[in-house]
Design a protein around this ligand. Structure first.
Ligand code: G
Ligand code: G
Ligand code: MN
Ligand code: NA
Length: 254
């Protein structure tokens, strides 16, 4: 209850910030986009992970306001960054499964793109399979509207949910992000490698883009390069960082 009350207050007290983690081209190491990740600096408890407070915000419906804030802030930030670094690429924003029911996502996205000036091609939404559990038809229609606007959608945490394959067949998604638990295993056991190879074969046959998450070692990178994976994200390249650090990194590498 205290967390819930604090969460409400935090939005008004501006205790939330976004960090950005680069997504890189594996072969060249160049940045092709960034993922926006929400951070909460609580005045007494210090840093609280979104893994802790997002589920609360989903339960009490506050995810609507929080999700809107994230989308506006990420698009504003990155539209600004792109004025200085036009080659930055896209910003990926996480959308909680509950948001689809609580707001008109495609209308919101249209409004945000319009007023921030971020081109639709530079926005990626990361959604989870959980989004389709309640109403597959409804969410597919929303995804289709987003696709018509040229906004790309990636299935996040791929492989950790249910019925991935039946959803993949029916949904207009641009690609998938292979969950970091699978990437961790590729160099640990042959079965881990086999599982990711099978996922890559499916993605390839369905013409889906792939991003490997949680790449931490050069052995993992080399394995992925050997499998022709193009895009990756992980501590090996960069951790999520505040906007000013992202700007410094872009300044240094561009
Ligand atoms: O960044 P970190 O590893 O702490 O994130 C933990 C979890 O919180 C991840 O599952 C991530 O997808 C989720 N998360 C981070 N930022 C956001 C956000 O802005 N919105 C939603 N819905 N989830 C987020
Ligand atoms: O669920 P989602 O993929 O949105 O979660 C992204 C989360 O993964 C973020 O909280 C981010 O901090 C975390 N993350 C990003 N790269 C790495 C990595 O290389 N290793 C680990 N353990 N976590 C990572
Ligand atoms: Mn994500
Ligand atoms: Na993930």
């Amino acid at each position: 209850a205290m967390l819930e009350r604090d969460l409400r207050a935090a939005l008004h007290l501006q205790q939330f910030t976004l960090h950005y983690q680069p997504v890189v081209d594996l072969a060249s190491g160049t940045i092709c986009g960034v993922e926006a990740l929400l951070r909460w600096q609580h005045p007494e408890r210090g840093f609280i992970s979104p893994a802790t407070f997002i589920p609360f915000a989903e339960q009490n419906g506050l995810i609507r306001e929080l999700g809107e804030w994230v989308l506006w802030q990420a698009c504003r930030d990155i539209a600004d960054v792109r004025r200085r670094f036009p080659h930055l690429g896209y910003v990926a924003v996480n959308v909680s499964a509950r948001q689809w029911r609580l707001q008109d996502m495609s209308a919101l996205v249209g409004q945000v793109l319009n007023s921030t000036g971020l081109p639709a091609q530079q926005l990626v939404l990361e959604i989870t399979e959980q989004s389709f559990i309640d109403d597959l038809a409804f969410v597919s229609r929303e995804l289709r509207s987003l696709q018509l606007m040229d906004v790309r959608v990636l299935l996040d945490d791929f492989g950790t949910g249910y019925s991935s394959l039946s959803y993949l067949k029916r949904l207009p998604v641009h690609g998938l992000k292979i969950d970091r638990s699978f990437i961790h295993d590729v160099t640990e056991h042959p079965e881990g490698a086999a599982l990711v190879r099978a996922t890559l074969a499916i993605a390839d046959s369905m013409k889906l883009a792939v991003v490997a998450e949680g790449v931490e070692t050069s052995q993992q990178r080399d394995w992925l390069l050997g499998e022709d994976v193009r895009h990756a994200q992980g501590y090996l390249y960069a951790r999520p960082m505040p906007l000013d650090e992202l700007l410094a990194l872009l300044e240094a590498t561009h």
